[in-house]
Write a protein that binds this ligand. Structure first.
Ligand SMILES: [Zn+2]
Ligand SMILES: [Zn+2]
Length: 162
């Protein structure tokens, strides 16, 4: 098994590589993710932007409304328009939310936590043993130490703007 996590869009114009494992994987059951995916939830791997490398093609960035009101920027293939990752005002450009379903082997990254379960579809049964939050959660309570250290390094490098 590769140490990398490779993925891409449906038409294969855009190919990307996550060079390490992500910080944390969210399974988000919010109504915004349901609408944007046309499905019951979204699976997002949070990772430092400089650990995501384009291997082929380029993305177009589409400004899209978000629940916070501050918007998200979704990177899509310019040809087939599959969404590959997003950045959010809250986490900033330094962290990407990579759509796990676009990886070649998405089963390597199961959810570390289920969030916004208050709005999950009633037929979705959450697996025992995986943390779940009715809305959001504190990273310090759930992230592994290594991921918290990586986040601290990022915050030192990109101090939060206003
Ligand atoms: Zn494509
Ligand atoms: Zn969501």
């Amino acid at each position: 098994m590769s140490v990398f996590y490779d993925g891409g869009c449906s038409c294969r114009q855009v190919r990307y590589r996550m060079t390490t494992k992500p910080l944390f994987v969210h399974c988000c059951h919010c109504s915004w993710c349901q609408r944007e995916t046309g499905s019951a939830f979204a699976l997002n791997a949070m990772i430092e932007s400089d650990r995501v490398q384009l291997q082929a093609g380029d993305v177009v960035i589409i400004d899209t409304p978000s629940a916070s009101g501050k918007g998200q920027r979704i990177s899509r293939c310019p040809r087939c328009e599959v969404a590959l990752w997003s950045t959010y005002a809250g986490a900033g450009d330094a962290i990407r939310f990579v759509r796990v379903g676009t990886l070649d082997e998405p089963s390597r990254l199961p959810p570390d936590i289920h969030i916004y379960t208050a709005s999950k579809q009633p037929w979705v049964q959450l697996p025992p043993g995986v943390p779940a939050a009715a809305e959001y959660y504190k990273a310090s309570a759930h992230w592994p130490a290594e991921s918290l250290e990586r986040r601290a390094a990022l915050q030192a490098k990109y101090p939060r703007r206003g």
